[in-house]
Write a protein that binds this ligand. Structure first.
Ligand code: GDP
Length: 478
C-alpha cells in the first residue's frame, strides 16, 4: 500500500512542501511525485494532528491511480458541458429540444431520441454536451454533493418578459459556483419582444454585453422558430476556448452520475458524464457507495458503445445499487478493489452524516472566526418586500469589520425555498427570513442539511443577532 505524496497532502489540505519538510525532519527523503508507504503516511499525518485509518489509506491508494494529478503533456482538449438555466417558461426545455433535434444528425433506427440526462451534439467547430435537466435546482443539488459538472451556463431570458426572480436566482447560483454565463435572449420572434430591456435589466445584475463595455456574450434566439441556434452554439464554443478545457483521456475514468434509476429489466441504470480518462465496458468501478463491473454502456442515441471519453455521457449498466445524482464514479483496476472501497464508503457515510453538523451557524461563527476558519459570513436574505431587503442588506453589510466580511450571496422577495437551502449548504451561508417563513418541507430539508435559518420581523433584531455573533455574545443569549 502506497500513496503519492502530493495526493496525501492534497487530501489532508496541507501544502506538499510542508509535508516534505516534516518528512525530512523525520529522516525520510521524498519528492512530491514519489510514493510513501502506510507507516510513513501515519507518521507524517500524526505530525499534522491527523489520524490515518488503514481503510481510508487503502481507499486513497486504490483510487490514486485514477485521481492522481495528470502530466500536462497528456492533457487533450475536451468539449464543454453546459447547463441551461432561466425563469420558468422562458424556453429552457424548448431550447434543449431544438438543439437536440436539429443538431443530432445521425438518425438512429426508429429515430427515437433517448433522454438519459445529458446529450452531446457535434457542430462544425466542435462538440458540446448539454445537461438535460435545466434549472438551478439540479445544478446546485449536484454541487451540494461535490459534483462540479458544468463548465458553462446558458441563461435563457424571454425577450417578452425580461429578468424575473428565477433569472436572478440562476445568476447567483452560477456566480456562487464560479461558472461563466452566456445569455440567450429567447422568443425574439414575438411581437412584443424587447431585447434592449433584457440587456438593460441584466446589466443591472452585472451581466453587461461587450458593446456596452462588459464581457458577457449575448445571443438572440428563437427556440420556436429555430433562429440563432447555430450562433449560440458557436458562442458556447468560443467561450469554452477561453476556459481551455482539458483532460487526460488515457487513464482509468472518473465521472459523475447525472441521472439514475432502477429499471425492471436492466437493474440499476446510471447516466455517467465522464470527466477524465476513458470508461470502458467491462471496467470495475466504484460509484458512490456502490460498485460493479460495467456490463453494458449506451450512448445518448441508445446505441451500445464500448468506451466513453471526457465530456461524454453514457448510460451504465451493472452497478450493485442505484447511485445518487452527483455521486462520483471511479474506475479501478479490479473487482476486489472496487468492492473494498464500496464497503469502506458505506461505513464512512455514517461519519459524514455527523460531519454535516459542522456547517456554519450563527452560534458557531465567533468560534470559527477565532480559529481563523472563517473570514466571511455568507448570507441569503429573503423578505416579503423589496424595501426590506435593501434596508437589511445595507445594515448587515455595514457590520463587516477586520475579522469578518459580510457577504450577501443571494437576496430576493418571497418565501424560503429548497433551492435557497441548497445554495446556503454549498456556500456555507445562513438564511435570514424577514416576514417570510418556509414550508414545513423546506424546514425539514434545512435541518437535514444543517442549514441555519433565522426569522425576523424587526430589522433591528436581525442586526443585533449578527452583531452579537460577530463579537461572540451569541452564546450568552442562547
Ligand atoms: P421552460 O419552462 O423554461 O422550460 O420553458 P418551455 O421551453 O417549456 O417554454 C415555455 C413556453 O414558451 C412554451 O409554450 C414554448 O412553446 C414557448 N416558447 C419557447 N421558446 C419560444 C420562442 O422562441 N418563441 C415563442 N414564441 N415561444 C417560445
Amino acid at each position: 500500500d502506497t500513496i503519492v505524496l502530493s495526493d496525501l497532502a492534497k487530501r489532508m489540505g496541507i501544502k506538499a512542501n510542508e509535508m516534505i519538510q516534516k518528512l525530512i525532519g523525520l529522516g525520510v527523503m521524498v519528492t512530491v511525485n514519489q510514493t510513501i508507504d502506510f507507516d510513513t503516511a501515519v507518521l507524517v499525518a500524526s505530525e499534522f494532528d491527523y489520524e490515518l485509518e488503514r481503510a481510508s489509506f487503502e481507499e486513497e491508494s486504490i483510487l490514486s491511480e485514477t485521481t492522481e494529478k495528470d502530466d500536462p503533456a497528456k492533457l487533450t482538449e475536451r468539449s464543454p458541458v453546459v447547463t441551461i438555466m432561466g425563469h420558468v417558461d422562458h424556453g429552457k426545455t424548448s431550447l434543449l429540444d431544438v438543439i437536440r433535434k436539429t443538431r443530432i444528425t445521425e438518425i438512429e433506427a426508429g429515430g427515437i431520441t433517448q433522454h438519459i440526462g445529458a446529450y452531446n451534439v457535434s457542430t462544425d467547430n466542435g462538440q458540446i454536451t448539454f445537461l438535460d435537466t435545466p434549472g438551478h435546482e439540479a445544478f446546485t443539488s449536484m454541487r451540494a454533493r461535490g459534483a462540479k459538472v458544468t463548465d458553462l451556463v446558458v441563461l435563457v431570458v424571454a425577450a417578452d418578459d425580461g429578468v424575473m426572480p428565477q433569472t436572478v436566482e440562476a445568476i447567483n447560483h452560477s456566480k456562487a459556483a464560479g461558472v461563466p454565463i452566456i445569455v440567450a435572449v429567447n422568443k425574439i420572434d414575438k411581437a412584443n419582444a424587447d431585447t434592449d430591456r433584457v440587456v438593460r435589466e441584466l446589466s443591472e445584475q452585472g451581466l453587461v454585453p461587450e458593446d456596452w463595455g462588459g464581457d458577457t456574450i449575448f445571443v438572440k434566439v428563437s427556440a420556436k422558430q429555430n433562429q440563432g441556434i447555430d450562433n449560440l452554439l458557436e458562442m458556447i464554443l468560443l467561450q469554452s476556448e477561453v476556459l481551455e478545457l482539458k483532460a487526460n483521456a488515457d487513464k482509468l475514468a472518473k465521472g459523475y452520475v447525472v441521472e439514475s434509476k432502477l429499471d425492471s429489466g436492466r437493474g440499476s441504470v446510471a447516466t455517467v458524464l465522464v470527466q477524465e480518462g476513458t470508461l470502458h465496458a467491462g471496467n470495475s468501478v466504484v460509484c458512490g457507495i456502490h460498485h460493479g463491473k460495467i456490463r453494458a454502456m449506451l450512448n445518448d442515441r441508445g446505441v451500445q458503445v464500448e468506451s466513453a471519453g471526457p465530456s461524454i455521457p453514457v448510460e451504465v449498466i451493472g452497478l450493485s445499487g442505484v447511485p445518487n445524482a452527483g455521486d462520483e464514479l471511479i474506475a479501478v483496476s479490479d473487482d476486489k478493489s472496487a468492492k473494498q472501497v464500496s464497503v469502506h464508503r458505506v461505513q464512512k457515510q455514517r461519519a459524514k452524516e455527523l460531519a454535516k453538523t459542522s456547517r456554519m451557524s450563527l452560534e458557531k461563527l465567533f468560534e470559527k472566526m477565532k480559529e481563523g476558519e472563517v473570514k466571511e459570513l455568507n448570507l441569503i436574505i429573503k423578505a416579503d418586500v423589496h424595501g426590506s431587503i435593501e434596508a437589511i442588506t445595507d445594515s448587515l453589510v455595514k457590520l463587516s469589520n477586520e475579522e469578518v466580511t459580510i457577504h450577501v450571496v443571494h437576496s430576493a422577495t418571497g418565501t424560503i425555498t429548497e433551492s435557497d437551502v441548497s445554495l446556503a449548504a454549498v456556500s456555507d451561508a445562513i438564511i435570514i427570513g424577514f416576514n417570510v417563513r418556509p414550508t414545513p418541507k423546506v424546514q425539514a430539508f434545512a435541518s437535514e442539511e444543517h442549514v441555519d435559518m433565522r426569522f425576523y420581523n424587526v430589522i433591528y433584531n436581525a442586526i443585533k443577532d449578527i452583531q452579537d455573533a460577530i463579537v461572540g455574545m451569541m452564546a450568552s443569549t442562547y
